[in-house]
Design a binder for this molecule. Structure first.
Ligand code: GLA
Length: 374
């Protein structure tokens, strides 16, 4: 199965937008290995929109790579990415044009799937701009799913219709391995908070084989690049990454990893957070306490091997006290059981907690524990 656990990788859009070329991709591939990101699990290197010529080849009907941006063609780029032990991702769209007005795959699904297979692609992000009004979203996504499944190569299918047509109710049946459920992220606290909160009731639909994609991470952008906005603080990036990990969202890095700072590199390589994200059971967390309109909450994810992940997060703009009762997790006091908590951000800090846990969280901050019942 291609998405037994949430896919992990890098996508060009957040930082580079249209300014992509062979050099950027090759250097990013090098850095993914050098910085240990590949070893941490980031395996897909995905080229987003703006990689092709403006029109298909008049004779073959194929999409053609931009000859200035990619002078050696896509197979060359893909071979390089593969030579680094990484996987290679491409982008297209279910409409007649992509969102940035390049050729889309509408009515060319099988030809394009075979073209991507010829490039050696392992991943396809499939957008939703410029589809004919008379067309049917589920059918368009099914069409590309079947094209990919019959193109001669295993290609992970990343649907991107931004949550239209109640996508979570049908996209799994359409064959996608992950699906964007919201509009585009920008690099600000408000953007990622609102994207996350809009999906908090939908993660029950997300599980192995088809994960809810709440967009590429902005961790490390600090307001620069294509979707750079106000930028985020280090505390906010920590919270963004914790939310994505806890809720089994695909982890697609979006910053310029050639320039990533030590704080963000350590954050996105945090082995405990990644373990929570990649847990093979892929269960959605349940909420044990919430207040302030749902912006301050504690949730628990039951993991494999009898471990539990606990997220305590404050998405409000002022400090809050937050508690949880072991009773609410499913550990009644009469059992005499307690929890051994290990801080996911500094695993030398383990401590025992009985009946209730309470502390204060600064605005926009979070705390994550991995717990065992003892
Ligand atoms: C849409 C998608 C983005 C990105 C752009 C490219 O907006 O949601 O993630 O792929 O298109 O044009």
């Amino acid at each position: 199965m291609l998405s037994r656990v949430p896919p992990m990788g890098f996508n060009t859009w957040n930082t580079f937008g249209p300014d992509i070329d062979e050099t950027v991709i090759l250097q990013t591939a090098d850095k993914m290995v050098e910085l240990g990101l590949k070893d941490a699990g980031y395996e897909y290197l995905v080229i987003d929109d703006c990689w092709s010529e403006r029109e298909r080849d008049a004779v073959s009907g194929k999409i053609v790579p931009d000859s200035v941006k990619f002078p050696h063609g896509m197979k060359y780029v893909s071979d390089y990415v593969h030579s680094k032990g990484l996987k290679f991702g491409m982008y297209s769209c279910a409409g007649v044009r992509t969102c940035a007005d390049y050729p889309g795959s509408f009515d060319h699904e099988y030809l394009d799937a075979v073209t991507f297979a010829e490039y050696g692609a392992d991943f396809l992000k499939y957008d939703f701009c410029y589809h004919p009004d008379t067309s049917n979203g589920p059918l368009l996504y099914r069409r590309m799913a079947l094209a990919l499944r019959n193109c001669g190569r295993d290609i992970l299918y990343s649907a991107c219709n931004w949550g239209s047509d109640e996508v979570n109710t049908w996209i799994r049946s359409a064959g996608a391995h992950m699906y964007r459920s919201t509009g585009d992220i920008s690099d600000s606290f408000v953007s990622f908070r609102d994207i996350f909160l809009s999906q908090i009731d939908n993660f029950a639909y997300s599980s192995p084989a088809c994960f809810n994609d709440i967009d590429m991470l902005t961790v490390g952008m600090y307001g620069s690049g294509n979707v750079g906005a106000t930028g985020c603080t280090d505390v906010e990036y920590k919270t963004q990454f914790a939310l994505w990990c806890m809720y089994s969202a695909p982890l697609m890095l979006g910053c310029d990893i050639r320039k990533i700072n030590d704080f963000c590199l350590d954050l996105v390589k945090n082995p405990r957070l990644i373990r929570i994200n990649q847990d093979r059971e892929g269960r959605p967390p349940f909420i044990v306490t919430k207040h302030s309109g749902g912006k301050v909450f504690c949730s628990v994810k039951i993991m494999s091997d009898n471990e539990y992940a606990i997220l305590r997060v404050n998405l409000d703009d002022s400090e809050h006290r937050l508690y949880f009762c072991l009773e609410d997790i499913g550990i009644p006091a009469a059992t005499g059981k307690s929890l051994m908590l290990t801080d996911a951000f500094s695993d030398d800090r383990s401590f025992r907690c009985g009946e209730i846990y309470a502390d204060h969280l600064a605005a926009h901050d979070c705390r994550v524990f991995i717990a065992r019942i003892v």
